[in-house]
Structures are given as C-alpha cells and as structure tokens.
Design a protein around this ligand. Structure first.
Ligand code: ARE
Ligand code: CA
Length: 510
C-alpha cells in the first residue's frame, strides 16, 4: 500500500476529529453602532479550524506530554512528535534513546502503560501522537550490556530479536571500520554503520516483518503517526515495506536530510508518505538574520529559487533536536530572530510546520534533567517563557508556549489553508499576509519599530494582536488591541524583528 502525501494528514486530522471544526464560541459579528451603514452585511467570518501544526516535545516524558495536551489542543496544535519510546541503552546523554535494545515500549520517558495513557489523554484533547521510530539500527556499543528495561544485548546480538548468525545485520566491508565514510556513496549510506550503530538488514523479509510488528504495536498503543528515523540509511523500498501494513490514515514522516551532492534525495521517499524538508530551516536562518523577510514566504514556492519537496509531501521546521546542536539553523539561543522565524513558518503556504520544544544546554550530549537512576523528570513550563528568558542548562525552553509562537499556531488554526482569497505583499522589509476575512499577519525585518497603514480583508472592529500571545483563559487579549476601520485598513506599529497577527478567532470580549 502506498501512502499518499496530504491524504495521510487529512486522515490524521479526521481521526482526532479536527477537520472543519469551529470553536464553541465563534466570533460574533460586530453590532453596527451609531449612524451609518451596518459594516458587516455578509455572514460573519469564522475560524475554519485546521490543525496541521505538529510540535516536537523533545525528551518530554509521557506523563508530561499527557498533562500538556489540553493546552496544546486549545492553542491549535494538531499533534506531538515524541522522542523514541523503545527500550534503549543506559546512560545520561539524550541520545541513548536512539540506540534501541529491544522494541519493548519501556524507556526512561515512561512505561508502556504511561505511553498508552498519554495517547488516550491527548486524543481526548484532539491532539495526535507521532512516535519517533528507530528502525534502521540497534546499539553502537562494542561491549555487551543491559538495556533500560533489563534486556541483555551485545552489539550484534539481541536475544529473541536479532542475531548475527541469522543474518539480521549488515557488515558492509566497504570502509575500514564498517562505518559510513562518505555520503556520496549510496551503498555506504545504506549498508555501512551510521556512527557505529549496528545496521539492520532491512532488505530482508524477516527483519522487515519484525519491524512491521513493532510499528503495529505502536498503533495498538494509539499513535496517529510515526517519524522514520534515519530513513536515508534504508532504501525507499525498505521504508515502504516496513510501513506497508500501517493503517491508511497513519501519518508517516521520513527523516531524510537533504545534502548537497548526495545521491540519496528526500524526493525518493514520498511514496512511503511525507518527508522532512531540512532545507527550509537552513534557508530561513540567513533570511531572518538579514531581514528580507519576503524571501522566507517564497521558500518552496514556484516563484522562489529553491528546489524543495512538493508542498503536500513536506514538513518544515526552524530547528530540531539535531540542528539546535549544530550551526546550520537558528535555535532558542537566537531569541527574537528564532521566534520570528517560527512565526514566518506558521504564516507560510509552503508545506506544514513542526514547532520544536526542548531544554537549554551548553554540552551537546547533556541529557534532560533526570533522577539518580536516569529516569527523566517531567517537563514543566515556567511562566514568562519567551525569547528573552535566560535559560539555565536543563531548564525546559517551552518554545511552543512562547507568545508569538503560540499566538501564530492559533492564527494558522483559525485561517486554515491558503485559499483563493490569500495574498501577500511586500513593503521594504515588511511583509504582510492576508487570509481574507479570517486573518491578517505582518512581519518586519527592520531593526526599529515600523508604523504603517495596511489594507486587510478583515471585517471592521477590534482584534487582539496574537503576536503577544493567544487569548487569555478569560477571553481577554494578551497584548494590544488593533482596530480594523470601516474600509478594512489597520494602522499598526510592528516591533523590531517581530510581527502583528490578527484573526477572527481572537477578538476582544464585549
Ligand atoms: C552517539 C555518539 C557517537 C557514537 C554513537 C554510538 O554521539 O559518537 O558513535 O552514539 O555509540 C543521535 C545522536 C548521535 C548518537 C546517536 C546514537 O545525534 O550523536 O551517536 O543518536 O545514540 C546523519 C543521519 C541522520 C541522523 C544524523 C544525526 O543521516 O539520520 O546523522 N539523525 C537521526 C536522529 C539523531 C540520531 C540518529 C539519527 C541515529 O535525528 O538524533 O543520532 O538514530 C550530513 C548528511 C546527513 C547526516 C549528517 C550528520 O548532513 O546529509 O544525512 O545525518 O551529515 O552526519
Ligand atoms: Ca541501513
């Protein structure tokens, strides 16, 4: 069975009951006041309720994700990407999760029961769970050991699961130590070892069958999708075979990092489902730093100069857990530039966005805050998270709750996919996006506040500027109120390297 890009998402949203839902209290039309023509003669605009935004809650425990889901659903997030749920090697570093010891769903992020409770709690909140599936390899440990849940293992021997004598592993014999030495060789990338990780013979039917069983188990635990880790290191046929028996509506997102001069391309994997487009985050970093924000909205579009995955097969992100540890993308350390890049991602027409949320670190390997046994402590978001917060190592950065990020997630959920009435305009370093009567967005790359008068497609009246955050639980604006005049114009001051965002789902009460 072949997953059709886009169709899988529509189905995911249907599963969690999110297609075309409207909030309980849709925006009311303005009462015409005083003399003159009633301003709104047509039916009031309502949020269309599309929730196509994912959030990667890196190293969040299952309990912490379950507790966060009501707020995520309320904000407009559609699904959560978890860290790998499999049993893994022992150790403090975050990356122990990427060295599976068995497919028992028992890790330092939580037990099998906690995982199932999380998917149920999140489904109740209208939020899907997408699990990170590590299926290309096992551990990279040269000495035997015991995994988190007590399973014994050796580098090429996982009792009851995989063994060298049965031919479950590759030994590529193409490089000195069997590690991948060059990404320009497809056969090395697929059959040699990624940083010494024992490489599964994913072309063999018994291996594929057992991996299908693991994914089916995750489905039985309530996941709405899987991220296929290190998909580049398996052929697209392998990825298709491993995901072939998943329900039609399951979201499959392959991690295939786009690399210049590499023979293996993200485009090769679209028959298995969707694919992460790494180029977007790399390209937006320089654009936001430079300030010509127009270019950010052109990324991936036919007018843009980039060659990206087709929009309906791609998921984009400003950063992820790997890139925040490198230099090619922005990260929370870039403060306001990072928040602005997220806002642009959420306003863009190209692809669908994944917001990243992790913890502060200065050592690349440092794991999340954990107890003496290595169990990860539940994440919490401090009040006042945002681009100016000074995060101590280990503290949860909670990017998904930064006011501009969360406000724009609500904006995107309210305006829905770009339709006939969508338009963008450019005025120097200010770019505006109109979504007809549903929403309007302006972002500035200037280093000083910029005041201007702009046309919108909004009906007249007051709107909350959700760049300052979504409506408060009491239904009040979190920041300034912006008045749309009778002609549909707004006069706004856009703060330096920031945005103004208005939508029909966030209007001041009374
Ligand atoms: C750790 C240690 C290693 C040690 C190994 C085995 O750091 O020194 O040899 O353990 O003991 C993560 C960490 C790794 C960690 C690994 C296992 O990042 O540091 O190794 O877990 O614990 C390539 C892959 C891509 C991969 C990136 C990191 O193509 O799939 O490398 N990304 C995923 C995850 C990672 C994870 C793994 C895969 C492994 O997101 O978090 O690793 O499961 C060019 C190419 C890219 C290439 C990139 C980096 O850009 O185009 O394809 O990405 O270079 O080499
Ligand atoms: Ca491989």
């Amino acid at each position: 069975m072949v997953h059709r890009p886009g169709a899988a998402l529509a189905a995911l949203l249907a599963v969690v009951g999110l297609v075309a839902c409207t909030p309980a209290n849709p925006a009311e039309p303005d009462e015409p006041s005083g003399a003159g023509e009633p301003v709104a003669s047509q039916a009031p605009a309502e949020p269309v309720g599309s929730k196509d935004v994912g959030v990667q809650l890196f190293q969040w425990t299952w309990d912490a994700i379950a507790a966060e889901c009501p707020a995520l659903g309320e904000a407009g997030y559609g699904w959560v990407l978890t860290s790998p749920p499999n049993e893994h090697i022992l150790g403090e570093a975050w990356w122990t999760a990427y060295q599976p010891v068995s497919y028992r769903v028992d890790s330092r992020l939580g037990t099998r029961e906690e995982f199932a409770a999380m998917t149920a709690a999140c489904a109740d909140a209208g939020v899907g769970i997408v699990a990170d599936a590590v299926v290309n390899h096992m551990t990279g440990q040269d000495a035997p050991g015991v995994g988190w849940a007590g399973s014994h293992y050796d580098h090429y021997d996982y009792p009851g699961l995989w063994s060298d004598v049965e031919g479950h592993f590759h030994h590529c014999g193409l490089t000195d130590n069997d590690d991948i030495a060059s990404y320009t060789s497809a056969v090395q990338v697929r059959t040699c070892e990624l940083v010494n990780l024992a490489d599964l013979a994913t072309e063999s039917e018994p291996v594929r069958a057992r991996l299908r069983e693991y994914l089916a188990d995750l489905v039985s635990l309530g996941v709405s999708g899987v991220r296929i880790d290190a998909a580049k290191h398996m052929s697209s046929a392998d990825v298709e075979a491993i995901t072939a028996e998943l329900p039609e509506d399951l979201l499959v997102i392959s991690e295939v990092i786009r690399g210049a001069q590499e023979p293996i391309r993200p485009e090769d994997y679209t028959d298995a489902g969707d694919v992460l487009e790494f180029a977007w985050g790399r390209d937006v970093a320089g654009i936001v730093k430079g300030g010509a924000l127009r270019l950010a909205l052109e990324l991936g579009s036919p007018e843009g100069s980039t060659t990206y995955l087709p929009s309906d097969a791609a998921w984009i992100f400003v950063d992820n857990h790997d890139t925040e540890r490198g230099r090619q993308t922005l990260s929370y350390r870039d403060g306001q530039d990072y928040a602005l890049a997220n806002a642009l991602m959420l306003a863009a027409d190209y692809a669908r966005p994944v917001v990243y949320s992790g913890y502060a670190f200065s050592d690349r390997d440092a794991g999340p805050v954990q107890d003496a046994d290595g169990a990860v402590l539940d994440a919490t978001c401090a009040p006042g998270v945002g681009p100016d917060a000074d995060d101590d190592d280990g503290s949860w950065v909670c990017q998904h709750r930064w006011p501009l990020v969360e406000g724009m997630v609500g904006w995107r959920a309210a305006v829905g996919p770009a339709g006939e009435d969508a338009s963008t305009s450019v005025d120097g370093r200010v770019v505006t996006v109109s979504r007809g009567p549903r929403g309007w967005f302006a972002a500035s790359g200037n280093l000083e506040p910029t005041t201007g008068r702009y046309p919108t497609g909004l009906q007249p009246g007051p709107y909350c500027d959700v760049a300052a955050g979504p409506l408060t639980p009491e239904g009040q604006c979190a920041g300034p109120t912006v008045e749309v005049d009778a002609g549909g114009f707004v006069e706004v001051t856009i703060p330096a390297k920031s945005a103004v965002a208005l939508h029909v789902g966030a209007r001041p009460a009374g």
